[in-house]
Design a protein around this ligand. Structure first.
Ligand code: ASN
Ligand code: ZN
Length: 332
């Protein structure tokens, strides 16, 4: 065989056995996905600066599902970047985070006891800690989609990361991260409206966030109120996460992929749900066409109504549902 594009087999901790894009170089292989802009995944070896050491291997078989194998977190991160790339490309025709065909990169095993993951525009890169006690790496698929979506938001609406626009920025990451999770159809991880359910960040098996009823995390807002702009952006995101759940699935009780949700509304009204694909299309169109750095909740209502009018017509049931669903989370 020659140097160039390959398809490797990896076993992640969260995603199980998956195929990943790799590159053959000389007698070995590199964790470089040449088919998706050249995305590179590297090992920070618990360091916190620089780009780390690119994962390489003598064969095209990577990781073993155990977190003690250093490649395992690399497989989950590399797969997360791949599925996020494919989600944006196949769902919206977006060619990479900046829509310019250029890949970001991923860094895993960042720091010690680092219980977070983050996107950084300046390195155009994704970084994942290994979690508390270096257990439960942050490399789950919805987390990957969440973080890389911060890059998309930055390249499009540019929503400021504070106040209500910050909540919309965070929600955009949860919404698209959820879209990535459903898109991937991974048998180890069918899609759900929970965020971070695999990384056990609370230590008791509960997810980080719930889109059907965000307040179940103890802090997030289910409905808009005048103090929405003064709470942490990871809590004011609840209003838009709740909007997205309701717009996708409707109010009340519903089971999707074996998870049962119960989504209430502000005024007790019922809202119908238009399906996740249409809800994603409305949000993406609003994000990339109508939202700006200072969009607040009232403006997000207008932006998504405009998007729904563009996509389905101003007399459509979809347009009606967008309006009634914002009302159901007290955004008028
Ligand atoms: N993981 C966090 C997030 O993406 C990092 C941060 O607070 N920005 O929201
Ligand atoms: Zn975020």
């Amino acid at each position: 065989s020659f140097d160039g594009i390959e398809t490797g087999t990896g076993t992640g901790q969260y995603n199980g056995k998956v195929t990943i894009g790799t590159t053959r170089s000389g007698s070995g292989y590199q964790m470089v996905d040449s088919t998706r802009g050249g995305h590179r995944t590297s090992d920070m070896k618990q360091g916190t600066s620089g780009s780390g050491t690119l994962f390489t291997n003598s064969s095209d078989i990577w990781g073993n599902g155990s977190q003690s194998n250093r490649q395992t977190a690399g497989v989950d991160a590399h797969y997360g970047a791949q599925e996020t790339w494919d989600f944006y490309q196949k769902t919206f025709g977006r060619n990479g985070i900046r829509n310019d065909g250029v890949a970001s990169s991923s860094r895993v095993h960042y720091g010690s006891n680092y219980v977070n993951a983050f996107w950084d525009d300046s390195c155009f890169c994704m970084t994942y800690g290994d979690g508390q006690g270096n257990a439960h790496p942050l490399t789950a698929l919805d987390v990957a989609g969440h973080e890389m979506t911060h890059g998309v938001t930055s390249a499009t609406a540019g929503l400021e990361y504070s106040g209500e626009s910050g909540g919309l920025n965070e929600a955009t990451s949860d919404i698209m991260g959820t879209g990535v999770e459903f898109f991937a159809h991974n048998p180890n991880n069918p899609g759900n409206y929970l965020i971070g359910e695999q990384i056990d960040i609370n230590g008791n098996g509960t997810p980080l966030r719930y889109m059907d009823q965000p307040s179940k995390d103890g802090s997030s807002l289910d409905y808009w109120s005048p103090d929405a702009g003064s709470v942490d952006v990871h809590y004011s995101s609840g209003i838009a996460n709740h909007f997205f759940y309701l717009l996708s699935e409707g109010s009340g009780t519903k089971t999707v992929n074996g998870v049962t949700y119960n989504s209430p509304t502000y005024d007790g009204s019922s809202v119908p749900g238009i399906g996740r694909d249409k809800a994603l299309a409305v949000w993406y169109k609003a994000l990339t066409t109508y939202m700006t750095s200072t969009t607040d909740y009232a403006a997000a209502r207008q932006a998504t109504l405009q998007a729904a009018a563009d996509l389905y017509g101003s007399g459509s049931t979809e347009y009606q549902a967008v309006g009634s669903t914002w009302t159901a989370v007290n955004v008028n």
